[in-house]
Design a protein around this ligand. Structure first.
Ligand code: NIG
Ligand code: FE
Length: 405
């Protein structure tokens, strides 16, 4: 059964400069349009930008901004448990790499994942997905990476699918499991990539994890499997991984806190997204990537929560928008572009999601304030109604009066 919905009288409605764009380079973010408008939805799709007086459901958007459903293009869902004790170590001065060497970090989450039943893992992840929805996220990517064995990584793929992640990424090369060196584990990564149904492959390049040569090898595996290559790079140290990722045809390079200045121009010119993760930067006291420079140089920038138990236990993209605007010197529109159309492109879903266009999937979010307030009223969740796949999926209790059926 499908519903017709009319969202009436928004003060601001965010739209791309023209329809049909796969992404918008950040030096063009100022071309995004923000006009008063209504929006009509039918059969799960955006039907037009006028009121539909015959619609079964009416949503009063007076005083609201209407934006596309937010797309979280980098999360580590599903995972088991949390690591709050490490956060205390971290803020009192122990480095992330040192925590990892002591058996904490990714290995600690792998132990928790092994000890939790499928039901327990899914219950925790589903409650996080519900929190994400209430913050406006209507599509998300999830990664494996807390398995650290062949069987457990395959289990993580299966649970990611069961969770309903819009994209499941095999982060098989996240940490080197006990009993392996990095080269030997890459042989298992190769076999996992061939055996598992994933939408992308990812790798963590860092002194405590994998090296550029492994990134290069993963690029060849991704090309063979016909899936996107993504990479966690330049998070805590500069390893000059970006040229390697670009040569390997990566769809995205993620983190970039320690991006080398010489790598800004080639990245900005490439058809490869710079996925920036200011939540992890804040929580892990990382450096700040040259995000203003990347945007000015015309990079395809994206933002995500990086939701994970180690570096970013954050689910809210409005919070990430606030952080990005403050840390990067970005406008609110630049930050919203980065977690809508460009984030959808990172996932290969921008033909379907990420902007308000006739025919696209009707994932639509009402904010109870103008867009300029999203970063300014930092930490507040402005999301009051969420429509996902053409159905009302969340109504904040105090906004119930806006929706009539
Ligand atoms: O994106 N740095 C590598 N991976 C994750 C953190 C994983 C963890 O600490 O559990 C990240 O920050
Ligand atoms: Fe990550």
């Amino acid at each position: 059964m499908t519903t017709t919905i009319s969202i009436d009288g928004a003060a601001e409605l965010l739209r791309p400069p023209t329809d049909g764009l796969s992404y918008l380079r950040h030096n063009r973010a100022g071309e995004l349009r923000l006009d008063p408008s209504s929006i009509a939805i039918a059969d799960g799709r955006i039907a037009g930008f006028e009121r539909d007086d015959g619609a079964a459901v009416r949503i009063d958007a007076t005083g609201c901004a209407v934006i596309p459903g937010l797309v979280d293009c980098h999360t580590h869902l599903p995972f088991a448990g949390w690591r709050a004790e490490e956060y205390e170590l971290k803020v009192t001065g122990v480095a992330y790499e040192e925590i990892a060497r002591r058996g904490g970090g990714i290995a600690a989450s792998a132990r928790a994942f092994a000890e939790a039943s499928d039901g327990e893992v899914l219950a925790q992840a589903r409650s996080l997905v519900a929190e994400m929805l209430a913050c406006g996220t209507t599509a998300f990517e999830g990664k494996t990476g807390y398995g650290l064995s062949v069987d457990a990584e395959a289990r993580a793929v299966r649970l990611g699918r069961e969770l309903g992640a819009d994209r499941v990424t095999g982060l098989f090369a996240h940490a080197v499991p006990d009993g392996y060196d990095a080269d030997a584990w890459m042989n298992e990564v190769d076999a996992l990539a061939a055996a598992c149904e994933v939408d992308a492959l990812d790798i963590y390049v860092e002194s405590v994890a994998f090296a550029n040569e492994h990134l290069e090898r993963l690029g060849a595996i991704a090309a063979r499997e016909g899936v996107a290559l993504r990479a966690h790079v330049e998070q805590f140290n500069a390893n000059r991984s970006v040229p390697v990722a670009l040569a390997a045809g990566a769809r995205s390079v993620d983190h970039l806190a320690c991006l080398h200045p010489d790598d800004i121009a080639p990245l900005a010119a490439a058809e490869c997204a710079a996925v920036l993760l200011p939540g992890a930067e804040l929580m892990s006291a990382e450096r700040t990537p040259p995000a203003r420079e990347l945007a000015d140089a015309g990079a395809i920038c994206a933002l995500a929560t990086d939701c994970n138990p180690g570096t970013s236990p954050i689910v809210s993209l409005p919070l990430i928008v606030g952080l990005a605007v403050r840390r990067y010197g970005w406008t609110a529109l630049e930050a919203l572009l980065a977690c809508t159309l460009n984030a959808a492109w990172v996932l290969g879903l921008s033909g379907e999601l990420g902007s308000l266009e006739v025919g696209k999937r009707a994932d639509v979010v009402l904010l109870d304030e103008p867009i300029s307030h999203v970063p300014y009223r930092f930490g507040r969740n402005p999301v009051c109604v969420v429509v996902r796949r053409g159905e009302v999926a969340w109504v904040r209790p105090d906004a119930a009066g806006r929706v009539s059926a």
